[in-house]
Design a protein around this ligand. Sequence first.
Ligand code: NAD
Length: 500
Amino acid sequence: MTKHITHWIGGKGWDGEAQRHGDVYDPATGQVSGQVDFASAAEVDLAVAVAAEAFGTWRRVSLAKRATVLFAFRELVRTHAGEIAQLITAEHGKVASDAAGEVARGLEVVEFACGIPHLLKGGFSENVSTGVDSYSIRQPVGVVAGITPFNFPAMVPMWMFPLAIACGNTFILKPSEKDPSASLLLAALWAEAGLPDGVFNVVQGDKVAVDAILDHEDIKAVSFVGSTPIARYVYENGTKAGKRVQALGGAKNHMIVLPDADLDLAADAAVSAGFGSAGERCMAVSALVAVDPVGDELVARIKDRVAGLRVGPGSDERSEMGPLVTGPHRDKVASYLDSGVREGATLAVDGRVHPVIGGDPNGGFWLGPSVLDHVSPAMSCYTDEIFGPVLSVLRAATYEAAVDLVNASPYGNGVAVFTSDGGAARRFVSEAEIGMVGVNVPIPVPMAYYSFGGWKASLFGDTHVHGTEGVHFYTRGKVVTSRWLDPSHGGVNLGFPVNT
Ligand code: NAD
């Protein structure tokens, strides 16, 4: 029996008949576990119509009431965190602790959004001219949409919708078709929290649904997170249609290890950040740059650690790393081991022969942690975003050569430097052309009250997600200049207003 996964429109599951469907897999067994409806433009239209109607009332709901609903949602997500994490593991494959971590990081944005009365405070200047006051307010933009990737089916949507809704917008989520179930549990929790019907909607689907969102004139803003080619496509088409768009793209994150670094700390970090979530994180470390002469020693320490990693089903609590999300993705990731060797790299660790514990090694989308050493910048394992458990190790002769590598990358999502030299770290923070920088921290994901996002081909648009930039993305600023005549009419004046 496979489960049926559908849309959430107007406060309930959709009861129509879909024309197109997609298969959802259990990556640990390789079996189809569900079928997800794919929205046509008609279902997107329906969701937008419902959301547009709900906007009329939701935007007028007081900040106090909105915050009350957010606090209730926060409590419900907290109590159902285990259930959400199980859904993620079942469809994405990541291990239970990792799935729980994803929910916890998403929850931080909900908690940030609970402070919406404070976040929407404007400025007020009394008597800017004689008898005239000025103040600023921020208002919601309307119906907004979020299009999200497979690798964080709860956290990435939660980067978007808590703030969008708190700001007074109504929201349409188009989750990844690979792991769609978490979105529906979140929708049900919103309803239980008292969010009015139509404020949060989910349309499942693929490119057809995305194009319908981009074309729809009643959708005013689109947040996207996914690969760089699709981020560019969403940005170009969304902005052409007059929408506000923030589109976060792919990544190739470097970790630089300077010769004075604590090599055990660096090896632990490289393994954790390279192979956590099977490397399917936009903040995963995929290029390790060892500055001479520490390369050989660092690779030896990494190999020791990788040998002991327990790969198995995400639902087995012994597992530290789960399978990849789909069969084709697993095969594509594994192909970089061959191409890397063909192009001159050394296969220091071959994940294809890593043991799988507690699962059927032939039945799931398995690939163990792999290390390619002596990688050079022209190799496809370096230029491409692999998005799997393959760590490429490069050697740089100097700090300057390492920084040049980072800054020559077309991507600019995350980077980390490992060093014991505060001066070198400080210089690196200043010189790296990257949106999120870690100093002795391998996955520098900002807290909810800062904003998350990269530079260069990792971001199309101007604003990062959550934090103050998130509030700005989901609101429009308005400045009011106000005079209450006292005592009387001042007469006609055709001159430009000057302050007196
Ligand atoms: P993806 O680009 O394939 O899909 C993302 C979304 O776009 C999905 O909802 C999908 O249905 C939709 N989509 C896919 N193909 C489309 C097309 N041709 N036209 C219109 N829409 C389409 O990404 P993915 O494989 O789901 O996720 C992995 C990617 O996401 C990686 O590149 C990763 O780096 C990136 N990512 C980036 C961040 C970040 O913060 N920058 C965070 C998470 C993931």
